[in-house]
Design a binder for this molecule. Structure first.
Ligand code: ADP
Length: 342
């Protein structure tokens, strides 16, 4: 049986297992924070949760070994500085859990290449100048393995990841349908957890903010570097005195992340009235970013002095992750006919 039907039972019948990954391909940015990280932090103390720094995924775009190493620790520092509590959930490095790449190979055999060719994220990344290597092409299959190796059922991600997550849902069903008794599926069909009110967050050039596109405003950027980035946000050339449309403005889209509805309505009114320039909006945004992350910035500086602690957190996280993944992979091997002699 190789169709996607019948559907497996909804993931909600058992206690949720929350999983999500973040690429160490550059410093984390506002898109990562408001699209994903904030949810990760909200959920990690409420449920069993596994958050991984996806260094294999980052290899699809980062060519320098030194940079990959550095970014990997930077992401760990960012999480801890922003409030991740290692006593509540597991934070670890993807490549510390070899079960994931093993599962990816098994999944490769359940999905035709034509399915991957339709991937929007792949096409967009290649159009943006990334090398069309096989890693980039197979990215969603590795992502599916990442999720399902831990029996993940809830995946807090940004709105940009909706299609990629379909791969994990498809592969969960295909594996269950091909290898499991109908009434005893192995994998839950994972559900994305996307915040309704947050759409894809634009970068300084108006495209999706992404480490791969060089258009980010970093969570921990400060001083002149932060100011330069905020001031470089692309706007149209409507003169200061004339009315402006907040709905099409990249600065307004970012301001909305930091302000409540009342303040948003006030700013929108100022835009429409004229006499309020993009420079004013950018100044306000700059101040809001500085204030919002001030405490986390201070905590990050302290943590930078404690590399051994950060390593310990990641090591313990990987231990917990392997403890979760090993029995699942053992079932995968048995069900799919992989004979093991040890
Ligand atoms: P990047 O594209 O910067 O490499 P990742 O692929 O590491 O980001 O994504 C990590 C998480 O951040 C994902 O859950 C993703 O959905 C979210 N995310 C990344 N960029 C954005 C964005 N511009 N808007 C909303 N969410 C985003």
């Amino acid at each position: 049986m190789d169709s996607d039907a019948p559907p497996s039972p909804p993931a909600t019948e058992t206690a949720p297992v929350v999983v999500s990954g973040i690429q160490p391909s550059g410093r984390l940015h506002l898109g990562n924070y408001f699209g994903a990280l904030r949810q990760h932090l909200d959920l990690h103390s409420q449920h069993e949760a596994y958050y991984f720094i996806v260094n294999y995924h980052a290899m699809t775009s980062v060519q320098s070994a030194e940079q990959l190493r550095q970014h990997t620790f930077d992401v760990a520092l960012d999480y801890l500085a922003l409030g991740f509590d290692p006593n509540e959930a597991a934070l670890f490095i993807q490549s510390d859990v070899p079960e994931v790449t093993e599962l990816m190979w098994i999944f490769f055999n359940l999905i035709p290449t034509s399915h991957l060719e339709k991937g929007v994220a792949y096409k967009e990344k290649v159009e943006a100048g990334l090398s069309p290597n096989a890693g980039l092409f197979n990215y969603p299959v590795l992502q599916a393995a990442d999720i399902l190796a831990y029996g993940g059922s809830v995946v807090p991600v940004g709105a940009d990841q909706k299609q990629n997550l379909e791969m994990a849902r498809t592969l969960a069903r295909r594996f269950n349908n091909r290898f499991c008794p109908e009434d005893d599926p192995l994998f839950p069909v994972p559900e994305p957890h996307i915040l309704d009110h947050v759409s894809v967050i634009p970068g300084t050039d108006g495209q999706k903010m992404s480490k791969s596109y060089g258009n980010t405003i970093g969570i921990f950027d400060e001083g002149d570097a932060l100011k330069e980035k905020v001031m470089s946000i692309v706007t149209d050339s409507t003169p200061l005195d004339e009315p402006k449309d907040p709905e099409t403005c990249n600065v307004f889209a970012l301001l909305q992340l930091f302000t409540d509805e009342a303040r948003q309505a006030e700013i929108a009114k100022q835009y429409r009235a004229g006499g309020y320039g993009y420079g004013h909006a950018k100044q306000e945004l700059l101040g809001l970013i500085q204030d919002h992350f001030a405490d986390a910035r201070a905590r990050r500086k302290e943590l930078e002095q404690r590399p051994d602690y950060v390593r310990d957190v990641l090591r313990e996280g990987a231990k917990a992750a392997r403890t979760k993944a090993e029995p699942i992979l053992e079932q995968v091997r048995t069900l799919s006919g992989l004979v093991r002699t040890r």
